[in-house]
Ligand binder design. Structure first.
Ligand code: ADP
Ligand code: ZN
Ligand code: ZN
Length: 731
């Protein structure tokens, strides 16, 4: 008999401890295996953390432990899910982020291997079956059988399912002339790109590569303007690392938005590349994951969770567009791929290269202090100047167009010119949908999300009202539910309305729209991007999605329809976000030999996030924003952690958060600032009421120890669920 300790699949703090079971079956069972167990009359999945042999029987074990113990229902794996390195990494991540251990494992593994019930139904290995001739002897065969045998002998490999006469084939198998060979199938279809010979590095690229190679530092920050050829540096360094027999982990924020990165790597390294990101089906993810684990691929190109890819001998980890916030997971465990990447880099003695045209303030500040090694690519490869940028003040009526309240005279005129020259334009509005809110003209009723209590956005293409925080949708009503009036008013505008306006003003222009509504359908985003690249449209309208890393050679105008949208958000990061978004968007213009320009429309033209992004002056923005952060003592001058308490009962949530704050006040010192308790912008999560407290601190070890104590203190208070977010972005 064995005593087995398992973590159960529920990822909440109060259940974040091992539970004991016994196993008397005869399957192999070990640490890192998944098991099926009964937990409170429900069959769920557990993850084995300890196995202990015992001579005692069930009764004796129960007497010893002081509680009833159940038998494991089934053992689900034949080998451990994670290798030693990844197991160690999972410990580090759950310690740093104070996250339930099981939640880290669930984030690390693809759906088919995840320690959760859903995995039982997830896809398993798929095989291709090939027919192979092992004996050419035709003696005793019928004419039909001989015909097939001869045909098969001429071919190198034939898929079994391609052979139409199945009964003849069966006879050949029976007669031991042919056998069926199984081979694991790769369900992800990889386009067959032709090899591309690398260009000669420019002097600047060469300098960066040499400095990187000759240094012994661990983490590097490469600041390179848009179009400075960062990708070529990644490819070059990857090739070097592969030559040393080591593996490369290449992270991009969202693959569907940057299919070119995958293309570059496939062209250069072919079958050596595995791809991992959220747009893959569970079956595809499973195949890619196994290919990496089996050592068939030595380069992984992927999004956030690819940081956990099971490469064994990592020599280089690259984060492209390191400033992008999607590198931080917004559910527990709230890990950031950059921090995890550095943890992994240290473990493997692998260099970590962070790169961006607009580095995050944290990274830039660390480079300033020498914690990261600073590298710079200050010029565009083709020596093309950065686009000429004009800021249009929307408060000045001289700039306004009487026929359109969304476009200024200038933006309209430049759009006209672009169409005339048969070039392309991008219009950015960082809000999807048609209008930002809908209300009743008669009684003033505002349509709101019943859970989040924020205004619903009208989506004209499917005549729906949608909540942009949760996934609530309802049909667009014909009348006001309060007073019955049919006169509803739509205020504000989003991507759909801009597209309609473009179609009204320029009926001859062909438009495409790209926002997260497009992401609802798999593979839709790359299709839209591809269409625009192929010049099947003149104007691309979209949210921040269109600002990311694309290379559209014929785009000579980028219009930012309303730059102010992000700036009014209540976050210490809002200036940084706005600066990055505008800079990235402007950088989409004039990337080939054609001259590009950008037009930024705003009501606050003197805001430094706008003036400096218009000039693409990252360094000055960095200095100004650092001053602001210092005054307000926000990161990178302090660290943040948020503690969230959720409860079905609002009173409980309030009481609980006060208990959190009291506890923290007792256990922290004067150097630490506790803000709150506060009611978050969206005070509900699922069907629970939520309250938060924010901690600003400098001493990481001290505060983490206190937070660990807090979790222990709350372990038995099961009326609450408590969550900690280390380095939160939104609170
Ligand atoms: P970034 O990622 O820094 O915005 P890219 O890597 O997309 O820039 O490079 C911009 C363009 O310059 C691309 O079209 C790329 O193919 C080209 N390029 C990069 N390096 C070289 C080089 N050494 N010689 C010629 N062309 C290059
Ligand atoms: Zn009304
Ligand atoms: Zn909602």
């Amino acid at each position: 008999m064995k005593v087995i300790e398992v973590l159960i699949e529920y990822s909440i703090q109060s259940l974040n401890r091992p539970f004991s079971y016994i196993y008397s079956g005869n399957k192999k069972i070990d640490e890192g295996f998944r098991v099926l167990i009964n937990f409170h009359n429900k069959n769920i999945v557990g993850y084995v953390v300890k196995v202990r042999d015992t001579n005692k029987n069930k009764q004796e074990i129960e007497d010893e432990l002081g509680f009833n113990i159940e038998e494991i229902i089934d053992v689900l794996d034949e080998s451990p899910l994670l290798n030693k390195d990844l197991l160690e990494l999972s410990e580090k991540v759950s310690n740093y982020y104070l996250a339930p251990k099981i939640s880290v494992l669930q984030s690390m593994l693809p759906p088919s291997l995840s320690p959760r019930r859903g995995a039982l139904k997830a896809p398993k290995i798929a095989y291709n079956q090939y027919v192979k001739v092992i004996d050419n002897n035709e003696e005793g065969l019928t004419a039909k059988q001989i015909e097939l045998l001869r045909m098969l002998s001429r071919e190198e490999r034939v898929l079994k399912r391609e052979i139409k006469s199945a009964s003849v084939l069966d006879k050949l198998i029976e007669a031991k002339r042919v056998v069926i060979e199984k081979e694991e199938k790769r369900r992800l279809e990889i386009p067959n790109y032709s090899y591309q010979k690398p260009p000669r590095l420019t002097d600047e690229q060469q300098k960066v590569v040499e400095e990187f190679t000759n240094s012994n530092d661990l983490v590097y920050l490469l600041e390179g303007v848009t179009g400075s050829g960062k990708t070529e540096v990644y490819l070059y360094l990857s090739e070097q690392v592969l030559k040393q027999g080591k593996d490369v982990l290449m992270l991009v924020p969202e693959i569907s938005l940057t299919p070119v990165m995958v293309e570059y790597f496939l062209r250069r390294f072919k079958d050596n590349v595995a791809i991992l990101h959220s747009e893959l089906t569970p079956a595809e993810k499973y195949d890619e994951y196994r290919k990496i684990a089996n050592g068939d691929c030595h380069i992984v190109v992927g999004a956030r969770s690819a940081i956990f890819a099971p490469l064994k001998n990592i020599g280089l980890i690259i984060l492209d567009e390191e400033h992008v916030e999607s590198y931080k997971q917004d559910v527990s465990p709230f890990y950031h791929a950059r921090e995890v990447g550095i943890m992994r880099g240290k473990m493997h003695n692998a260099k970590v290269l962070l790169a961006s045209a607009t580095p995050s303030l944290e990274s830039r500040a660390r480079a300033q202090k020498g914690i990261y090694h600073f590298l710079n690519l200050p010029h565009r490869v083709n020596a093309q100047p950065l686009p000429k940028t004009t800021v249009i003040n929307l408060s000045d009526y001289h700039n306004l167009d009487r026929e359109s309240y969304m476009f200024s005279l200038r933006l309209r005129e430049e759009l006209h010119n672009v169409l005339k020259r048969k070039e392309q334009a991008i219009l950015l509005i960082n809000r999807r949908g048609f209008s930002s809110s809908v209300s009743c003209r008669k009684c003033g009723h505002v349509f709101k999300c019943p859970t989040c209590n924020i205004a619903l956005t009208y989506h004209k293409s499917d005549l729906m009202l949608k909540c942009h925080h949760c996934d609530y949708v309802e049909k667009y009503p014909e009348v006001c539910p309060e007073c019955g009036s049919p006169y509803l008013m739509k205020t504000g505008f989003g991507t759909e309305r801009i597209e309609e306006e473009v179609n009204r003003l320029f009926p001859e222009a062909r438009t495409l729209r790209l926002d997260s509504d497009s992401a609802k359908i798999r593979a839709k985003i790359p299709q839209i991007i591809e269409k625009f690249r192929n010049k099947e449209a003149d104007i691309l309208i979209g949210t921040q999605m269109i600002a990311k890393g694309h290379d559209f050679p014929d785009v000579t105008l980028v219009g930012i329809v309303l730059a102010d949208i992000g700036l009014s958000m209540p976050s210490y990061r809002s200036n940084e976000r706005a600066f990055q978004l505008i800079t990235q968007a402007v950088g989409r213009s004039g990337r080939s030999d054609k001259k590009g320009q950008a037009i930024i429309q705003t009501y606050i033209p003197s805001h430094y996030a706008i003036t400096l992004s218009a000039r693409q002056d990252y360094e000055l923005f960095y200095r100004k924003e650092m001053e602001m952060r210092k005054v307000q003592s926000y990161p990178p001058f302090t660290f943040l952690a948020s503690v969230t308490l959720a409860s079905k009962d609002e009173e409980d949530a309030i009481e609980g958060i006060y208990e959190v704050v009291d506890f923290l006040n007792e256990n922290l010192d004067e150097d630490t600032v506790i803000l709150g308790p506060t009611t978050p912008y969206i005070p509900y999560e699922g069907n629970k009421f939520v309250r938060t407290a924010l901690i600003k601190y400098r001493d990481k070890a001290f505060v983490h120890a206190a937070l660990e104590k807090l979790l222990t203190y709350f372990r038995n208070k099961t009326q609450y669920s408590i969550t900690i977010n280390i380095d939160p972005y939104n609170f």
